[in-house]
Ligand binder design. Structure first.
Ligand code: SF4
Length: 400
C-alpha cells in the first residue's frame, strides 16, 4: 500500500482561474476542493486517466523540445483540476526517474509555457503570480516593475542574455526596475527553479512510479539528448586538465545540467575550437544544458567555428569573462574537486590576459589562426534561438 499522499486544502474560488493557468503555484492544490489524492491513485485510478494522458504528452513534448514550441493537445481545453493533476503527475514521475535531466528539461518547457502568457497579461497578474511564487515585485510607472535586488540577482544570473546583467538595469533604493516583459522573463526563471526541484519520494513510492510509468520513462530517455561528453572523452590532443578555471567551470556547469550564460556558452565553444576540439566534440559539450537542442546547437557552433573559412571567433579575454562573472581564478567553492575549489595562482600573473594564454603556458597546444574580421555577431550554442548575441571582441591572443 502506498502511504504517500498529496494533501489538499480548501478551495480558493477567486484563485481558481489563476491556478488553472499556473498550476505550479503554491495553493493550486485547492483546485481539488479538499480531496486527497494518493500517488498510487494518481498513477492507477481510471478517474485520473485524462490527467495522466495530458501529463505524458507534456513530458514527451518537453523531452523533444524544451522551448515549448509544440502545443499539447487537450491542455487548453482541460478543466483546472485536470491541468493541476497532470502537472503533479509529471513532477512525481520525473522525480522518480533515474536521472534528474528530464525533470530539468521539463521545468524549462513548463516555465516557457507560462512565460508565453505572463509576457502578455496585465501587470496585475504578473504581480500576483510573482507574489505567490515568493518573488514579490512592485508596480512602477510606465508598466514597469521593481524586484528586490537580491531576488533579481538570484533569478537573473542563469539568464544568458547580456541585457539582463545588473550593470544594464535601473537600480533604485535597493530594487531593480525593469519593463514588464523583462519582469516576466525573470519570473519564468523563478517558475523553472520551482519546478526543477524534485518531489521527495520514499523509496517504495519511487519504485512504484518507475514500475507503473516504465514505458514513459524509457520513451523520455530515448528522446533526451545523449549524455554529455566527459573530460576523458575529449580527443587526444585536447588536454582538459590544462584548461583554466573559467573553462573548467563552464564545462562542469553544463555537465551538471545547469544553465550557462550566453557569454559562457560562446566562450566555451570558441575556446574548444581554438584548442583543437572537433565540431562534434564541441556540440557534445552542450548536451547537458537543460534547454539543449541538437539542431540549434549545431547551427550555432558552426557559426562560431566556421567563420572566415574555419578561423572561428576569438574567445573573450579574461577582463571580458570577469565582467560576465565567468572568471573563477579565486576558486569555485561548489566544485567537487579540491583543486577546483582553490585559488589558481597562475591566473594572478599580471601578464595573463587570455584563457588561451593560460592553456598555452601550461603546455597546451593552441591552434594558431589569423585574426578574424569584425562582422556578423556570434550566437551562443544550445537552445534559445531568440537569445540576442553578445559579440565577443575578436582579437588574437597571439597579437597581445
Ligand atoms: S584569470 Fe582568465 S584564465 Fe584565469 S579563470 Fe579568470 S578568466 Fe579564466
Amino acid at each position: 500500500m502506498c502511504r504517500t499522499a498529496i494533501r489538499h486544502g480548501a478551495l480558493v474560488r477567486d484563485g481558481r482561474s489563476l491556478y488553472a493557468e499556473y498550476p505550479f503555484l503554491p495553493g493550486a492544490e485547492s483546485l481539488l476542493g479538499g480531496e486527497t489524492v494518493s500517488v498510487r491513485a494518481l498513477l492507477e485510478d481510471p478517474s485520473y486517466d485524462r490527467a495522466r494522458s495530458i501529463g505524458r504528452a507534456r513530458v514527451l513534448a518537453a523531452a523533444d523540445d524544451p522551448r515549448a514550441t509544440r502545443d499539447v493537445a487537450e491542455l487548453d481545453a482541460a478543466e483546472p483540476e485536470v491541468r493541476y493533476l497532470s502537472l503533479l503527475f509529471d513532477r512525481i514521475v520525473l522525480s522518480a526517474a533515474p536521472s534528474s535531466a528530464a525533470l530539468r528539461r521539463w521545468a524549462v518547457a513548463e516555465a516557457k509555457r507560462s512565460h508565453g502568457r505572463l509576457s502578455e497579461v496585465p501587470v496585475e497578474e504578473l504581480l500576483e503570480v510573482a507574489s505567490r511564487l515568493g518573488v514579490p515585485i512592485e508596480p512602477r510607472s510606465g508598466d514597469r516593475v521593481a524586484f528586490r535586488l537580491a531576488d533579481y540577482l538570484h533569478w537573473a544570473v542563469p539568464i544568458r542574455e547580456a541585457d539582463f546583467r545588473l550593470a544594464r538595469q535601473e537600480v533604485d533604493h535597493g530594487t531593480v526596475v525593469v519593463g514588464r516583459v523583462r519582469g516576466a522573463r525573470i519570473i519564468e526563471e523563478a517558475v523553472r527553479g520551482r519546478l526543477a526541484v524534485p518531489v521527495p519520494l520514499a523509496e517504495d513510492v519511487r519504485q512504484l512510479v518507475r514500475q507503473r510509468e516504465a514505458e514513459l520513462l524509457d520513451d523520455v530517455a530515448r528522446r533526451m539528448p545523449a549524455p554529455v561528453a566527459r573530460s576523458s572523452a575529449l580527443p587526444g590532443r585536447v588536454r582538459p586538465e590544462l584548461f583554466p578555471p573559467c573553462i573548467r567551470k563552464m564545462r562542469r556547469t553544463l555537465e551538471a545540467g545547469e544553465n550557462l550564460s550566453h557569454a559562457g556558452r560562446f566562450a566555451l565553444a570558441a575556446f574548444l575550437h581554438r584548442v583543437g576540439a572537433d565540431f562534434e566534440t564541441i556540440v557534445d559539450a552542450y548536451r547537458g544544458a537543460p534547454d539543449f537542442d541538437e539542431s540549434i546547437t549545431r547551427y550555432q557552433v558552426e557559426h562560431i567555428t566556421h567563420r572566415d573559412g574555419g578561423v572561428g571567433y576569438e574567445p573573450p579575454e579574461c577582463d571580458t569573462l570577469r565582467s560576465h562573472g565567468l572568471c573563477f581564478r579565486e576558486g569555485d567553492p561548489t566544485a567537487p574537486s579540491p583543486a577546483d575549489r582553490e585559488r589558481d595562482p597562475r591566473c594572478f600573473d599580471p601578464h595573463l590576459r587570455h584563457p588561451l594564454q593560460y592553456y598555452r603556458l601550461r603546455g597546451g597546444r593552441v591552434v594558431e589562426r589569423r585574426a578574424p574580421d569584425e562582422g556578423a555577431e556570434p550566437t551562443a550554442p544550445a537552445g534559445a534561438p531568440d537569445t540576442p548575441a553578445t559579440p565577443a571582441r575578436p582579437r588574437s591572443p597571439g597579437r597581445r
